[in-house]
Design a protein around this ligand. Structure first.
Ligand SMILES: O=C(O)CCC(=O)C(=O)O
Length: 416
């Protein structure tokens, strides 16, 4: 038992240790800030940007903005540049905070239970209800090792810490490039920029594309390819479960699953949302739905993802080590509207950077997707609700005027 004399000594020791730690931390932070400034100056020189520091933050050049938000955040800006300020009706209303009434615990799909024949039916019901109602759920007990998920988040964070000149090697205007580094949502078109930098990696066929992925950090290819393989495995398992829940008979389901096993489309977006000086005025990503069948999101412990439900934006409470999974446009179309591809967006905050990894899984790009014949029956009051679609239709939609006032999914709906 500790004596009464020893206790105050211990407190004094702890207090002084804390002071020393604070001093050491302050010195380390000052050194890191100086190093960052030096690295930024080198970056600016490398990229030929001499206007950045001359006119203050409101006069940031366009080329500087296109260097992304990590670059801006590192420069220590205290006011959001105008190009990031959303019109008042589109603003998130409030910065993402760590707790609050609009936080949501999404339905949870336990994969260990799904794999247990005695519990499978109950889990299928949970999955089915989640896809019909929220279009979103969290997957736990999935069996993907922590070193794979944690390793992916860690290598993602280290990628965005690389000097800009290294990251910029992967900038490309080609949306079909197997590797693409960029900023905002669609930087060529966005009238207002988003507070996000990203690295997009095409993941299919994995062995063929990995050699084109970034060489730095040195373990990125190994870690990200192990993660991509695990994500694809889970996708196949959840697709099989979703088809079963929809009542699509195994022979037909075998057809779609067989097609997916033979070749699918799989793209991974690694997102970086640095701390933002005025998070209430902007978004990390605007409201959108996803194009494919299912999207898997791996996020760190910082909240940011918001889901539209019942006319309100709800912030998803992250469950460490889990995946947030959402129904994409293709699955809404294939299920003839039974499952919902729901709008979601990303809010940012002023203190904590956030990393997420979104994996988009679907059928091959050239495959035409329409409602499953099993789910269309005019006489039973289940008319076909969507036109067939493929990637070319999607690209045509992006280039058309339709994109201004309709989502892609709305543009594929049949008027009944
Ligand atoms: O960062 C997130 O949580 C979501 C990312 C997302 O919606 C996307 O990449 O499409």
């Amino acid at each position: 038992m500790m004596s009464l004399v020893a206790a105050p000594m211990a407190i004094v020791d702890l207090a002084s240790t804390a002071q020393l730690q604070q001093q050491a931390a302050a010195a380390a932070a000052a050194a890191a800030a100086a190093a960052r400034k030096q690295a930024m100056a080198a970056d600016q020189q490398a990229a030929g940007d001499t206007t950045t520091t001359m006119g203050g933050e409101q006069e940031l050049s366009c080329s500087c903005l296109m260097k992304g938000v990590r670059h801006l955040s590192d420069s220590g800006i205290t006011r959001l540049p105008d190009r990031y300020v959303l019109p008042a009706p589109d603003r998130p209303g409030a910065a993402i905070v760590s707790s609050g009434s609009s936080r949501v615990k999404l339905p949870v799909v336990d994969l260990a239970s799904l794999r247990d024949p005695s519990q499978r039916a109950a889990v299928l019901q949970t999955l089915d209800a989640a896809c019909r109602d929220y279009g979103f759920f969290q997957v736990v007990n999935h069996g993907v090792q922590r070193d794979v998920t944690g390793g992916m988040l860690d290598v993602a964070r280290r990628f965005f810490e690389l000097p800009l000149a290294e990251r910029a090697r992967y900038m490309s205007p080609d949306v079909r490039a197997t590797v693409r580094y960029g900023t905002s949502f669609n930087q060529a078109k966005d009238a207002v920029l988003c507070w996000r930098d990203f690295l997009k990696l095409v993941c299919q066929p994995l062995r063929e594309v990995v050699p084109s992925w970034p060489q730095q950090p040195a373990d990125l290819r190994d870690v990200a390819s192990r993660y991509a393989a695990a994500s694809h495995g889970l996708f196949m398992e959840l697709m099989e479960a979703a088809l079963e829940a929809l009542g699509i008979v195994p022979s037909t389901a075998g057809g779609v699953l067989g097609e997916l096993a033979a070749g699918s489309s799989h793209m991974m977006t690694v997102n970086c949302y640095p701390a933002c000086p005025q998070p209430e005025l902007t978004l990390g990503m605007p409201a959108h739905s996803d194009y494919g069948l299912f999207t898997f999101v791996l996020q760190d412990h910082v909240a940011g993802l918001q889901v539209m439900h019942g006319g309100r934006w709800l912030t998803v409470d992250p469950i460490p080590g889990s995946f947030v999974v959402n129904v994409g446009d293709h699955l809404e179309i294939y299920s003839n509207g039974v499952y919902k591809s729901v709008l979601h967006r990303v809010g940012v905050n002023s203190t904590r950077p956030r990393i997420s990894v979104a994996s988009f899984h679907s059928l091959p790009a050239e495959r035409v997707v329409g409602p499953a014949p099993e789910l269309v029956d005019e006489e039973a009051g289940k008319p076909r609700r969507y036109m067939d679609t493929d990637f070319a239709t999607f690209l045509a939609y992006l280039a058309s005027a339709d994109g201004k006032d309709k989502t892609f999914l709305q543009s594929r709906m049949l008027l009944l």
